[in-house]
Design a protein around this ligand. Structure first.
Ligand SMILES: N[C@@H](CCC(=O)N[C@@H](CS)C(=O)NCC(=O)O)C(=O)O
Length: 217
């Protein structure tokens, strides 16, 4: 019997996009169920009672929450393009960097715009610099080498959302000048086959952020 795969999400969410990219990497067919964050469905509350957030993946009736946990689950269950390496040490290193992106970088970047204080921007740049240095050290196209892995996927906000957010906020710090490796990585990532159909339209995101920052469209 074919697997039944449903993804509860909202189209603006980078965390939902993380799961969509992993599903694409494994060529898994799935049904997307759009949630309204201001009126969450009884299903979402049942499947993610702890955080009450999207994404939730429902695989043959079993719910899994938290984007990076879902990605690891997808990698464990389905064959196809690997998302984590096989070697235990290499797996630990990849998990370390994905956690750094999720715990440190994304929270530092997601406040920019709502609060564009010099200190906030400096903190965001500090985190980006760590990734810039790591990519330079690796000398590869992606954090995963020639292909994307869990670290690249975890950092999708930097690849797509960040520049739109900067535009809406009227600030610019994620520049080729400051971050040559990471901006090139972002361009390559958003254009790669498994990622490019997963993003919300640019204009939609721009007006979403404009509203968030109190600008009239
Ligand atoms: N750590 C979670 C974060 C998920 C998250 O923040 N989801 C947001 C959408 S981007 C959400 O559902 N927000 C609704 C709420 O906070 O009530 C993950 O990686 O899945």
């Amino acid at each position: 019997m074919a697997d039944e795969v449903k993804l509860y999400g909202v189209k603006e969410s980078q965390f939902v996009c993380i799961v969509k990219i992993a599903l694409n990497m494994k060529e898994i067919k799935y049904q997307i169920i759009e949630e309204d964050p201001s009126n969450k469905s009884p299903d979402l509350l049942k499947y993610n009672p702890v955080h009450k957030k999207v994404p939730v993946l429902l695989h043959n009736g079993n719910p899994i929450a938290e984007s990076l946990v879902i990605v690891e689950y997808i990698d464990d269950v389905w064959k196809g393009a690997p998302i984590l390496p096989q070697d235990f040490y290499e797996r630990a290193v990849v998990r370390f960097w994905a956690k750094f992106v999720d715990d440190k970088c994304i929270p530092a970047l997601r406040v920019v715009g709502s609060n564009s204080d010099e200190k906030v921007v400096a903190k965001a740049c500090e985190q980006l610099q760590v990734l810039e240095n790591e990519l330079k050290l690796k000398g590869t196209k992606f954090f995963g080498g020639n292909n994307i892995n869990l670290i690249d996927i975890a950092a999708v906000f930097i690849a797509y959302w960040l520049r739109i957010r900067e535009e809406a906020a009227g600030i610019k710090f994620f520049t080729e000048d400051k971050f040559p490796k990471l901006t090139k990585w972002a361009d390559d990532f958003v254009n790669c086959q498994v990622a490019k159909n997963t993003f919300p339209p640019r204009e939609h995101m721009l007006s979403f952020y404009n509203k968030m920052f109190g600008k009239v469209n």
